[in-house]
Design a binder for this molecule. Structure first.
Ligand code: ATP
Ligand code: MG
Length: 588
């Protein structure tokens, strides 16, 4: 077992994994149960329409994948539709780079929004008209308190808020001021438009929330057309309504915003009224997920970019070698629940291994090469040996692998003084070379100054081609190898978890998640040797390096000099956890 495997095994949280995973995939989730009931009672004329509403202020992450699978999955299951809507109401943080990346990621995950690609900013004119309607109805007013004063007036969880002295402005004055806000006559913060609801409400969101603020900023789509921008709650409820969304699915932190969502639609007497339903967001062990933190990792150079293979972003997972199928399977298995939980990242890795095990072709690659010379193998001989491409998939066939007098094996597969349970190569010991021959180590060459083992001299048994032992003698160890003159030099990037703590949300006083970044999250091996058959592998190609894990060709590859990312090791900690649970289960 390699060091990294051991670490992974130890760090697998094993206390009560079953409780962490939410509901099982086979149970019908509570959202689909609500929809079933709506269909039974004929609500929304039998229509089902959802939306995925990212704010284009960062790249999508695995948490968004949960929301994407849920919203597009519901549309698929009920023969409904799911819109892609960019919630672009905050020009300060948004960018077209993010819009493009989000579209690419949703498509890559396997979902399609057809021609229903919308932007909240496309509705700015209509949202403005709704705000004017609220003013005319006496349900909104322009407040001229400073942001600081507004905060002071808001009250606390235990104390009611106080009404602004501007609350009773006349409708005419409100309309005039709001129009002048729009026309750019005022500086940021001079006025806001607020809903007139209830400053004593137990729900702080209902204490006259701001619905428009002045922001003298260019917007990535509307340019310098607007000086005022709608707040999220207002824009979101009305965008849902405008698009005819029936079920507006969002994460739990919006539960306290639901009364406001409903208030906007009720007060404006809109023709349709989507139902907001909240579910628990995905939290993954050893993973930070908020876009704010991911942006910090990128901007402060802790990773190489949004698509760094250590990032939990969709683009990072893709570059790492994750498949969309594995991510969708994971989202299926974690289910949808109403209660926050921390999902074991080992489950995500398990889903990936299951998928890759079925599909990834096998190759041999030596990550830390140790030279082996076969003393009795003819100098100029080269044999092409048959190797199986995927034992899980006979249709994948076989390939030819060159074998010659000089080979490389893995450094960790040789020990000069082997401990008891070490069945690999050591002086005098015989091992099998996969698809090759049995070899016996007869001599060890060392660097005179460092004492480091630099070369092994071995003999091979010509009667054992293909790894067979005609005399039936037992050989425990089987090693992977490559032929030195044929092998291709490659760079391999080995990844570990980015964080050293299981639950990074438990930031202790004065410490940030950045204090828990692992210094070992990336290790670059530059002199690896891989089978020549990988010479033409294009970026994105996934494969298994026998005994070493799953790997994926990185876009940094150059012709004849491939770069691989280690996608995931072979050791499946989740399968182990599941097994022990089943055993527990049968014992009780
Ligand atoms: P973050 O909190 O990570 O910065 P966000 O909620 O600000 O994300 P949005 O772009 O607003 O990001 O999210 C788009 C949709 O994805 C929303 O409906 C949101 O509820 C959902 N979503 C975001 N994070 C998660 C998560 N961890 N699990 C499930 N759904 C999520
Ligand atoms: Mg959000």
């Amino acid at each position: 077992m390699s060091e990294s495997d051991k670490r992974e095994e130890q760090s697998a949280p094993g206390s009560q994994p079953a409780e962490r995973v939410g509901e099982s995939a086979t149970s019908r989730d509570f959202i689909r149960m609500i929809i079933d009931e709506d269909l039974r009672t004929g609500k929304n004329d039998g229509r089902v329409m959802t939306r995925f509403p990212p704010e284009p202020n960062g790249y999508l992450h695995i948490g968004h994948a949960k929301s994407i699978c849920l919203n597009f999955g519901i549309a698929r299951d009920y023969a409904g539709l799911c819109n892609l809507r960019f919630d672009d109401t905050n020009p300060a943080k948004e960018d077209v780079e993010y819009v493009d990346a989000i579209k690419e990621d949703v498509h890559w995950l396997g979902f399609d929004w057809g021609d229903r690609e919308y932007f909240a900013s496309d509705y700015f004119e209509r949202l403005y008209a709704f705000a004017v309607q609220l003013i005319r109805q006496g349900n909104a007013y322009v407040d001229s308190l400073t942001p600081e004063e507004i905060r002071e007036h808001r009250g606390t969880l235990t104390e009611p808020g106080r009404e602004s002295p501007y609350r009773e402005r006349s409708m005419e004055e409100n309309l005039d001021l709001f129009e002048r806000m729009r026309n750019g006559e005022f500086e940021d913060g001079a006025h806001v438009l607020r809903a007139k609801i209830d400053m004593t409400s137990g729900n702080i969101n209902m204490r006259d929330p701001t619905i428009y603020r002045i922001r003298r900023l260019d917007h990535h789509r509307t340019g310098n057309k607007w000086f005022i921008y709608p707040m999220y709650d207002f824009a979101h409820a009305l965008s849902d309504m405008i698009e005819g969304i029936t079920h507006s699915v969002c994460t739990l932190e919006f539960e306290d915003h639901r009364p406001l969502y409903d208030w906007f639609l009720d007060t404006l007497r809109t023709p349709c009224h989507p139902q907001q339903i909240e579910f628990a967001r995905l939290n993954l062990s050893y993973t930070v997920m908020s876009k704010r933190k991911l942006l910090q990792l990128v901007e402060e150079g802790f990773v190489r970019g949004w698509d760094d293979p250590r990032m939990p972003t969709i683009s990072g997972l893709r570059r790492r070698g994750y498949t969309p199928e594995a991510i969708r399977d994971f989202c299926d298995r974690i289910g949808v629940a109403k209660k926050e939980s921390l999902v074991d990242v080992a489950l995500l890795e398990h889903c990936l291994r299951e998928d890759l095990n079925r599909r990834a072709p096998r190759f041999m690659a030596v990550l830390n090469p140790l030279k082996v010379v076969l003393l009795n193998y003819p100098e100029d001989q080269v044999e092409m040996l048959d190797a199986i491409n995927n034992p899980e998939d006979p249709s994948a066939g076989t390939r030819k692998v060159p074998f010659s007098r000089v080979l490389y094996i893995e450094q960790e597969d040789f020990r000069e003084n082997p401990p008891k349970q070490f069945f690999r190569l050591s002086p005098g010991r015989e091992v099998r070379l996969r698809y090759g021959y049995l070899i016996t180590c007869v001599d060890v060459v060392k660097d005179k100054t460092t004492g480091e083992v630099t070369e092994l001299r071995c003999t091979y048994d010509p009667a054992t081609r293909g790894g067979d032992t005609p005399d039936g003698r037992r050989v425990k160890g089987t090693l992977h190898w490559v032929s030195a003159p044929h092998a291709l030099e490659a760079e391999v990037r080995m990844y570990e978890r980015l964080l050293t703590v299981e639950d990074p949300s438990e930031e202790t006083a004065g410490r940030s998640f950045k204090d828990f970044l692992s210094p070992e999250s990336l290790k670059v091996l530059t002199h690896c040797r891989v089978e020549p058959g990988l010479a033409d592998a294009v970026p994105g190609t996934r494969c298994q390096f026998e005994r070493m894990g799953y790997f994926c060709v990185d876009p940094d590859s150059a012709p004849g000099k491939p770069v691989f990312n280690r996608t995931v090791t072979l050791r499946d900690t989740w399968a182990k956890i599941e097994k022990s649970l089943t055993r527990e289960g049968t014992r009780n």
